[in-house]
Design a protein around this ligand. Structure first.
Ligand code: NAD
Length: 453
């Protein structure tokens, strides 16, 4: 079993530290946020992630997992140190590496034996070499290190399962034996491990996220064409997804992608491409379609209510996706901001992200449940498809509302059902009028069809 340190205890670092401890390693997590560390030492988690609290508690009690804000305490003696600090967007869309730089310096200064430094953060191609330069400049004479890239693919909301059952682990290094040592940590997970060079590993992460974001923007573009031509994108997506070459995941039309990864990573890749003489037109378009998806909602609401000034609007869901409290680049925040900017009053409910949203937007009225949101509003917008919204009593919702406009940003409800309840229903890429009731009707027959030759 290895002695591991994890620098940065956010969504990735905390899950990484807790899961490696659960696999039997001794893990010290280091964060510069002193309050966060104090809370973690009391068992209070800084984030909402299903199942994480139990794993942290179990391993803390077993003495395999500890937290500190001191690099002097957390680095010496470690075999492997993971860097999992945030790499946010800079002003030009580039990845801002100030936290990575600071982490690499602090780690290198405390190394007192041969240590493997692993970049788990999503970092631009070439960062592994740059971290090696930083470490060389700060390490004490007589000690040595190696750098490995190990990008993380977990998703917030299912982070533990994703970490414990990855589709693959990617390792990049110029030093094969260091990559193999890191690979040992993942052996209990029994998953494919791809070992390559540093730059290729770094690129696999960006290319994967950009591809998934492109899939979302692709279906959103198809959705807006469907809307004009009277087809139903939900059935189009199902019909496409049954094709094994395409697959059904990331093929749901909606309000576009948000969160702390897809937008920033597509921007960073486009930036890397542009400053290296490429013309990343596909990546730029992916971002543009994503922006348009949010603006299209505003236009639907504005048209339905004949203006937004003094309108009362309810929003269901604030987090950027279900099962997380993460509000970074959440579509709801932008939509609410745009509605308020045109004079609307907005109230909202989210199972876990309400308080944080209120701190960033004091004019937002926070409600205790979805029915309180519906009360007296002229329009209700579903932004995040939390499970609890799937079981709402929509008849009651309709009765509570002052108006009848329902904007379903995630195609959660059936247009005909909502029309029957008296809603003016607007999905994404779906016909909303009763005369289109039959559109998108789907029958999936399991029997192979006879070829019509
Ligand atoms: P986060 O913002 O949730 O957490 C980062 C943590 O690092 C914070 O607690 C911060 O205080 C700490 N930190 C910053 N500088 C530090 C330093 N010098 N020393 C010690 N701690 C420091 O970030 P995150 O969402 O966990 O993302 C981390 C990285 O992983 C990013 O590069 C991100 O793109 C990537 N990633 C994120 C996800 C995800 O779903 N969140 C998935 C895969 C990859």
């Amino acid at each position: 079993m290895a002695k591991i340190s994890v620098v940065g205890t956010g969504y990735v670092g905390l899950v990484t530290g807790a899961c490696f401890a659960d696999l039997g390693n001794t893990v010290t997590c280091i964060d510069i946020d002193v309050a966060k560390v104090e809370n973690l030492n009391k068992g209070v988690l800084p984030i909402f992630e299903p199942g994480l609290e139990e794993i942290v508690e179990r391993n803390r009690k077993a003495g395999r997992l500890s937290f500190t804000s001191s690099f002097e305490d957390g680095i010496p003696g470690a075999d492997i140190v993971f860097i999992s600090v945030n790499t946010p967007s800079g002003s030009e869309g580039e990845a801002d590496l100030k936290y990575t730089r600071a982490a690499a310096q602090s780690i290198a200064k405390q190394i007192n034996r041969h240590t493997i430094i692993v970049n788990k953060s999503t970092v631009p191609i070439g960062t592994g070499d740059w971290v090696a330069d930083i470490a060389t400049n700060h390490i004490m004479p007589g000690y040595s290190f190696a750098v490995v890239s190990n990008p993380e693919f977990l998703r917030e909301g299912s982070a533990i399962a994703d970490f414990m059952h990855p589709d693959r682990v990617v390792l990049g290094s110029t030093d094969r034996s260091s990559a193999e040592k890191v690979s040992e940590l993942y052996r209990p997970l029994n998953c494919p491990v791809l070992v390559t060079d540093l730059r290729t590993a770094e690129m696999i992460k960006y290319a994967s996220n950009a591809f998934l974001a492109a899939k979302i923007s692709f279906i959103n573009e198809i959705a807006s064409i469907c809307e004009r031509l009277g087809a139903d994108v939900k059935t189009v997506s199902r019909g496409m997804g049954l094709d094994k070459r395409i697959g059904p995941s990331f093929l749901d039309a909606g309000l576009g992608f948000g969160g702390s990864c897809f937008p920033k990573d597509v921007r960073a890749l486009a930036h890397m491409a542009a400053i290296n003489g490429c013309h990343p037109q596909l990546l730029r378009t992916v971002l543009e379609i994503n922006r348009d998806a949010r603006r299209a909602v505003i236009q639907k609401v504005r048209d339905s209510l004949r203006g937004l000034a003094d309108r009362r609007i309810g929003v269901l869901g604030l987090a950027f996706k279900p099962n997380t409290d993460d509000l970074r680049e959440a579509p709801a925040l932008e939509i609410i901001h745009l509605l308020q900017a045109e004079g609307a009053t907005v109230k909202a409910y989210d199972p876990v992200a309400s308080e944080a949203a209120k701190r960033g937007n004091p004019d937002l009225v926070i409600c205790n449940d979805p029915y309180e949101v519906a009360a007296e509003v002229e329009c209700l917008i579903l932004v995040t498809e939390w499970n609890e919204f799937k079981h709402l009593d929509m008849r009651r919702v309709k009765e509570l509302m002052a108006g009848n406009v329902l904007v379903d940003g995630r195609n959660l409800w059936e247009p005909a059902d909502m029309a029957a309840l008296g809603f003016e229903y607007h999905g994404v890429g779906r016909p909303s009028h009763p005369n289109h009731e039959g559109a998108g009707h789907q029958v999936v027959v399991n029997m192979p069809q006879k070829a019509n030759t």
